[in-house]
Design a protein around this ligand. Structure first.
Ligand SMILES: *Cc1c(COP(=O)(O)O)cnc(C)c1O
Length: 450
């Protein structure tokens, strides 16, 4: 067989290591996911394709529950829908006992649609549309109020329905991390949160029964959670003492990191991110040291990213290679930033999906979009790849299949590998019909000659 000619180029050879962690050899291969060959999945479900491991999801949420309940009995995980709201994924987590955490009408309806009852839904977010807010009130959802205008709107709804309803408030605080998120909820240190609580406590139709705080995302210090826990418990005591309310729950939000690799961070996550056991210890021991033994509030955790990220893979194929003018080797893949929105912040680890020999080289990976921004990875060491070679991106379980775009390309199949190794479609690839179903072309524009 005649081998294809590739123009020779001269490359500077670096002896030794680029830095302490990046060896001169490319990362290992991922040829199977839960025992199923990557190649088989792509042959059967196309390329690109998202793959979720049910086994990993279940193992993770069980590990989290175990870790926290070792310290504190009344822990309830609430699944953050915006992290991944595919029905099958949410259902796996609901079968493991997680309730739902939603931040919009769409997400609320999605949770109801797959069978979550209203009182098992935590309704957060800076804007809750009136229609769905009313439904949430009627269905006794756990509602965390974000701002004063929302207090007035909920009060009005309660008045209309002629009932007294339970509400929580979201607060933000200085827990020692930067940047401090101050735009969500009421500020604690300035006294704004207390004013809001006082306003609610004065209401005939509202009953303040919970405090919520979600500090941010990918928080790599357990210390921040200890400060958060101390302040939430402290605020609970202040409210119960001064306003004579009964706080039934503290909601610590989400924010634990995954094993994804943040851009611009020198150390890999294995070195920078604490384990879930360390977070559980920090939060659990702080809770036990601060809440009074007569009354343990329910503690909600809304962890999203760290629960689901590792369970998700994107399988994509090399479609072409190209040497740029500066000698850099690049590859064009069949999936780009349209499906990997999170590449904005993370250098998502990528491995080869089949066994390949050859010297590794620093390459850039582009997606298929005719857009300059479509860069999936830069400076990644890979062996020579021919068209058709499968690549495996992992972790991509968090925020990818919710923030993906139907832009230029149809969105691909999403499959899940069951615990017994069956591969099932959990979201079908889109077709032209899906994309144009909502379009309307005015009659006068339906005929043209070119
Ligand atoms: C996004 C979000 C979460 C989940 O955050 P992670 O960082 O993915 O754990 C939890 N709670 C609220 C209110 C959120 O907005």
């Amino acid at each position: 067989m005649k081998r294809t000619y590739e123009k020779p180029i001269f490359l500077e050879q670096n002896v030794g290591f680029a830095n302490k962690f990046q060896s001169g050899y490319y990362e290992k291969m991922t040829t199977k996911i839960d025992g199923v060959p990557v190649k088989d999945i792509m042959d059967n479900f196309g390329s690109p394709v998202f793959v979720f491991s049910e086994k990993t999801i279940r193992e993770t949420i069980r590990k989290y529950n175990r870790a926290f309940k070792t310290y504190y009995p009344k822990i309830v995980f609430a699944w953050s829908y915006k992290t991944n709201y595919l029905g099958a994924i949410c259902s796996v987590l609901h079968t493991e006992g997680s309730i739902a955490e939603v931040v919009s009408e769409f997400e609320y309806e999605k949770a109801r649609n797959i069978g979550v009852s209203g009182d098992r839904i935590i309704f957060n977010g800076p804007y809750k549309r009136s229609g769905i807010l009313k439904q949430a009130v009627e269905e006794n959802a756990i509602i965390n109020i974000d701002n004063f205008d929302e207090i007035y709107r909920i009060e009005e709804i309660a008045l209309q329905l002629n009932k007294k309803i339970d509400v929580g408030i979201r607060i933000n605080m200085n827990s020692g991390i930067y940047p401090q998120w101050t735009r969500f909820g009421f500020n604690y240190e300035s006294g704004q949160a207390f004013s809001a609580a006082k306003r609610i406590a004065k209401s005939e139709n509202l009953n303040l029964n919970g405090i919520h705080c979600h500090m941010g995302t990918y928080i790599v210090t357990t210390k921040a959670y200890m400060v958060e826990t101390v302040k939430l418990v402290e605020f609970m005591k202040i409210l119960e003492h001064q306003l004579e309310v009964d706080i039934e729950y503290l909601d610590l939000g989400g924010g634990f990191p995954s094993k994804n690799r943040l851009k611009g961070v020198y150390l890999p996550p294995d070195f920078t991110a604490p384990t879930i056991e360390e977070y559980a210890k920090a939060i659990g021991e702080t809770l036990l040291a601060n809440v009074s033994p007569e009354k343990f509030p329910t503690v909600y955790l809304e962890s999203g990213r760290s629960i689901i990220d590792e369970s998700g893979y994107l399988l994509t194929s090399v479609t072409a290679s190209k040497r740029l003018l500066d000698g850099r080797k690049t590859y064009i893949l069949d999936a780009g930033v349209n499906f990997l929105f999170t590449t904005t912040w993370y250098d998502i680890p990528v491995k080869v999906g089949i066994e390949i020999e050859g010297p590794a080289e620093d390459v850039t990976l582009y997606g298929p979009l005719c857009m300059n921004i479509d860069v999936v990875r830069e400076n990644v060491k890979l062996p020579p790849l021919s068209p058709g070679t499968p690549l495996v991106f992992n972790p991509v379980g968090a925020y990818c299949v919710t923030q993906w775009m139907q832009f230029i390309e149809y969105r691909p199949n999403v499959v899940m590998i069951s615990e017994s190794g069956e591969v099932e479609i959990i979201r079908e690839a889109e077709t032209l019909e899906d994309v144009i179903a909502r379009e309307r072309i005015p009659e006068r524009l339906t005929k043209f000659e070119l």
